[in-house]
Design a protein. Structure first.
Length: 131
């Protein structure tokens, strides 16, 4: 069973932060890259990934929003796999930023759409945790 109070949400999505602020330990970051860096740091400090840090079919330069759920490492977790994944996702992000940086000036309606998509993925994972 999951201890919901131990679940960590790393996000730069104001909708996700607001919805889960009283449920998870929420870490609000300034941008997509900061979410990935914080996620990597938490994985290295002993957390396991509950959601993929690069989930969805959007390329990392197409969306300015990302949320990731993590949980303190439990017996049997594949910590090395999570460390590699966190690093790989960061490298993919940096590669895409070199090819075509994420626009800074998405219209509010477009950013709202990205936040809604991201929130729906976190809602799906939260439901599997019993939230």
């Amino acid at each position: 069973m999951w201890d919901i109070e131990k679940v960590v949400l790393v996000t730069n999505n104001s909708k996700a932060a607001e919805k889960y602020k009283d449920i998870f330990d929420v870490h609000v970051e300034k941008d997509y890259e900061s979410v990935l860096l914080k996620t990597r740091d938490l994985v290295y400090s002993g957390f396991s990934l509950l959601t993929h840090p690069q989930a969805s079919s959007l390329k990392p330069n197409q969306t300015p929003v990302r949320s990731v759920l993590l949980y303190p490492q439990r017996a049997g977790d594949q910590h090395g796999r999570d460390c590699l994944l966190a690093e790989d996702v960061l490298h993919v992000y940096w590669q895409w930023q070199e090819i075509a940086p994420t626009p800074d000036d998405y219209r509010e309606a477009v950013r709202n759409d990205f936040e809604t998509i991201d929130l729906s993925m976190i809602d799906g994972a939260a439901g599997k945790l019993g939230v």
